[in-house]
Write a protein that binds this ligand. Structure first.
Ligand code: ATP
Ligand code: MG
Length: 334
């Protein structure tokens, strides 16, 4: 009899569209690390997704390697978890095609990310951008994931993944596990430092709007000092105080303090003191990650070996699900 309980499965991915921001870190990556001990985790660099914005080839290559190094730098153990590059596992593109045929045009057209990104890049509204959710569904369903740690902005894509999986299971019998989102309470949505009603995004053209995970202490301090706040000069969480709310969220994530504790800490003090404390907390939070990244990025042979191993492990699991789905659809088997 088997005594050890089978671990539940976690899958998540991040695009190599730029150096990840503090938003990616607090909203997603930090939870990846937290979950990595208790779950069977699959973590991917989503390079297939990232070509919807047509990156320079050399830049895509460099960013993929850097993103991979950064995932190890936050403390993911490539022996315990499966850390891989999406395009190294053919099953993602294959299952995505199949799922395209089980997704309605109207469903995909409702996705806010599609609307936002089409507005941002009106010159390149490609079909890949439109079918992003079916590739994301394939990413998740291939691993029969129980949980998907994401920021709030990806919740809608997780819902459509569940809809597609339910539809497929309804037609052909149980094939895919229905995944649940895992959205942390704090950090679920870190906002832009310059326009605090919009989410912080690594592809933002204004570098002052985001903190990159590899920014040095000076840059972090400068950006937080110039973050948009309000004229009230009083640290509390309230309506119309988007800038302050956001900084309080960041400070809470980095220190573990509650909003009430933060309000008490800065009673009678102005935004200058508050911003200095936020900057220091962020610098301390990111310092060890940056140091480890610098060490790893110098060892390309090691990173390549980890990637290779990750691709093999991921392919093994993914191909099992792909074969099952193809058989159900009726593809001729050899
Ligand atoms: P892009 O602008 O290229 O889409 P992005 O910053 O949105 O970049 P993604 O690679 O799309 O990053 O997302 C990686 C993960 O980070 C996802 O789980 C997403 O929900 C999360 N995330 C992205 N932005 C934020 C944010 N501002 N706050 C919290 N989580 C975020
Ligand atoms: Mg995104």
């Amino acid at each position: 009899m088997e005594t050890a309980e089978k671990k539940q499965i976690v899958l998540s991915a991040i695009q190599p569209t730029g150096t990840p921001t503090l938003g990616n870190y607090l909203g997603a990556l930090k939870n990846w690390k937290t979950m990595s001990n208790d779950y069977e985790c699959f973590y991917a660099v989503a390079d297939l997704h990232s070509i919807t914005v047509r990156p320079e080839p050399a830049q895509l290559r460099r960013r993929t390697l850097e993103m991979y190094a950064l995932l190890l730098a936050i403390g993911l153990d490539p022996e315990k978890n499966t850390v891989f590059v999406q395009s190294h596992v053919n099953a993602h593109a294959q299952l995505a095609w199949i799922l395209n045929c089980y997704t309605q045009f109207g469903e995909a057209a409702r996705m806010t990310q599609f609307k936002d990104k089409s507005e941002k890049h009106p010159e390149n509204v490609n079909v890949g951008l439109f079918s992003y959710p079916t590739l994301m569904a394939a990413d998740i369903l291939l691993y029969q994931a129980d949980f998907v740690p994401i920021g709030v902005d990806q919740k809608q894509h997780l819902e459509i993944t569940r809809d597609i999986a339910e539809r497929f299971n309804g037609l052909y019998g149980d094939t895919f596990k229905l995944p649940e989102p895992f959205i942390g309470k704090a950090g679920a949505k870190i906002m832009s430092l310059q326009e605090p009603t919009k989410k912080m995004s690594k592809s933002d053209t204004n570098a002052k709007a985001f903190i990159s995970m590899l920014d040095d202490a000076d840059a972090i301090t400068r950006k937080i000092k110039s973050a948009v706040t309000d004229s009230e000069a009083c640290v509390y969480c309230g309506e119309g105080k988007d800038g302050v709310n956001n900084l309080m969220g960041i400070y809470a994530c980095c220190t573990g303090k509650s909003f009430d504790e933060i309000t008490a800490e800065f009673e009678g003090k102005g935004y200058g003191d508050f911003k200095a404390a936020v900057a220091e907390a962020v610098v301390e939070e990111l310092r060890p990650v940056k140091a480890e990244f610098d060490r790893l990025i110098a060892d390309k042979a090691y990173l390549n070996a980890c990637m290779q191993q990750g691709a093999e492990k991921a392919s093994y699991f993914a191909n099992k699900t792909l074969r099952k789905a193809m058989k159900k659809v009726g593809f001729y088997q050899l």
